[in-house]
Design a protein around this ligand. Structure first.
Ligand code: NAP
Length: 264
C-alpha cells in the first residue's frame, strides 16, 4: 500500500511521465498518479507551473520532478526520457497530454496555423512516444495513454484543423498499440468531451458574453454540466494501472454521454 495520503497504491512502484502537467488535465493526472504511489515527471513547457506542481507533490524531488519539455522538439523530449531514466531508473507510463486548440474555418487556416496544431497535437505525441519506447520495450512492459478528444471522431464546424490532428492521434494510438502488443506494451486513448480547464475558459472568453457561452456549454450535456479534470485523470489512472491488462489500442470516451445524445 502507498504511504501517500488518500491513495491505495494503484500505481505503486511505477514511474510516469505526464506532458503538459503544469495545469488542467495533466496536472490532475500527475496529482492522481502521485497519490496512487507513482513517481511522476511533470514534463511541461511552462517552467513556473511545472516546477510549482512538482514542488507541491514532493518538495525534495524524490517522488515528483519537473523536467522542462517542449513536445515540438526532438532534443527536448529525448532529454526528458534520459533524465527520467537517470532519476528513477525506468519509465512505466507515458501520458501524452500536452495539446492546444487551433480553431479556424478551413479556408482561413494558414500554413503556419496548420503546422502549429500538428506540431503539438499529433507530431508531439509521436515524438514523446518515440523517446520512451526503447526503454519500455527493454523493460518488456509499459503503458501509453494519449489524451485525444471527442473531436477525434466528431466534427464541429469552425474548429479546423484540431479534429484532423485528433483523428490522427486515434490512428497513432491504434498503430502503436498493435505494433507493440506482443512485447508487453499497451497504448490507449481517452476522448474527453468538454472539460473545465483554462483551455475552455479561454475559449469562452473569446465570446462577447463568456458567461452565456459557458451556460450554453453546460446545456449541451445530458448531465447539464461539463467535465472536471479529475474525471479524465481517474480514467488515465485506470488505463495506466495493472487493472486494465487487456485494454489495448482502445479509446474511452469521457463526455457525460454528449456524443450519444440524439439531437432532434
Ligand atoms: P491546458 O489547461 O491548456 O493544459 C495544457 C498544458 O500543456 C499547459 O500547461 C501548456 O503549457 C502545456 N503545453 C502546451 N504546449 C506544450 C508543448 N509544446 N510542450 C509541452 N507542454 C505544452 O489544456 P487541457 O484543457 O488540460 O488539455 C489537455 C489535453 O486534453 C489536450 O491534449 C487537449 O487537446 C485535450 N482535451 C481537452 C479538452 C477540454 O475541454 N479541456 C477536451 C478534449 C481534449 P502553457 O500553459 O505554457 O501553454
Amino acid at each position: 500500500m502507498s504511504g501517500r495520503s488518500d491513495g491505495c497504491g494503484r500505481l505503486e512502484g511505477k514511474v510516469a511521465i505526464i506532458t503538459g502537467a503544469g495545469r488542467g488535465i495533466g496536472e490532475a493526472t500527475a496529482r492522481a498518479f502521485h497519490r496512487e504511489g507513482a513517481r511522476v515527471v511533470i514534463a511541461e513547457i511552462d517552467a513556473a507551473t511545472g516546477a510549482a506542481v512538482a514542488a507541491s507533490l514532493s518538495p525534495e524531488g524524490s517522488s515528483a520532478r519537473f523536467l522542462p519539455c517542449d513536445v515540438r522538439s526532438a532534443d527536448s523530449v529525448e532529454a526528458v526520457a534520459s533524465a527520467t531514466l537517470a532519476a528513477f531508473g525506468r519509465i512505466d507510463v507515458l501520458v501524452n497530454n500536452a495539446g492546444i486548440n487551433v480553431f479556424h474555418d478551413p479556408l482561413e487556416t494558414s500554413e503556419a496555423e496548420w503546422r502549429r496544431c500538428f506540431d503539438i497535437d499529433l507530431d508531439g505525441v509521436w515524438r514523446m512516444s518515440r523517446a520512451v519506447l526503447p526503454a519500455m520495450l527493454d523493460q518488456g512492459h509499459g503503458a501509453i495513454v494519449n489524451i485525444a478528444s471527442t473531436h477525434s471522431f466528431s466534427i464541429i464546424p469552425g474548429c479546423f484543423p484540431y479534429p484532423v490532428a485528433k483523428h490522427g492521434l486515434l490512428g497513432l494510438t491504434r498503430a502503436l498499440g498493435i505494433e507493440y502488443a506482443a512485447r508487453g506494451l499497451r497504448v490507449n486513448a481517452i476522448a474527453p468531451g468538454y472539460i473545465e480547464t483554462q483551455i475552455a475558459i479561454d475559449y469562452w472568453n473569446g465570446f462577447p458574453d463568456p458567461e452565456a457561452e459557458k451556460r450554453r456549454a453546460y446545456e449541451l450535456h445530458p448531465q447539464k454540466r461539463i467535465g472536471k479534470p479529475d474525471e479524465i485523470a481517474m480514467t488515465a489512472l485506470f488505463l495506466a494501472s495493472d487493472e486494465a491488462p487487456f485494454l489495448n489500442a482502445a479509446c474511452i470516451v469521457v463526455d457525460g454521454g454528449r456524443s450519444v445524445l440524439y439531437h432532434e
